[in-house]
Design a protein around this ligand. Structure first.
Ligand code: ZN
Length: 85
């Protein structure tokens, strides 16, 4: 159950700064927490996490990703060649 979010503090991905943010889940008790996800880099975060996990301006630089680089990342784990019997 994903839906597009309206403009909010969580409308930009903390890791790649894309605006492709969706709501993955909300708390059973209304307005306690929301789980957001980025459909560009697949980062996910909960609204109640610290700012360094949720705020694009506070997210650690070393862990940031550029959307243009995603297509060039290696597939991990790599798939080995088929065994010949
Ligand atoms: Zn992202």
């Amino acid at each position: 159950m994903s839906q597009t979010t309206p403009a909010s503090p969580h409308s930009m991905c903390p890791r790649c700064r894309s605006t492709t943010v969706v709501v993955h889940a909300t708390s059973p008790v209304a307005h306690v927490w929301t789980v957001y996800g980025c459909t560009t880099c697949f980062y996910a975060w909960r609204s109640t996490e610290p700012e360094e996990n949720t705020n694009p301006d506070r997210y650690p630089t070393v862990f940031k990703l550029a959307p243009a680089d995603l297509a060039h990342f290696a597939v991990v784990p790599t798939i080995p060649p088929l065994r010949r019997t």
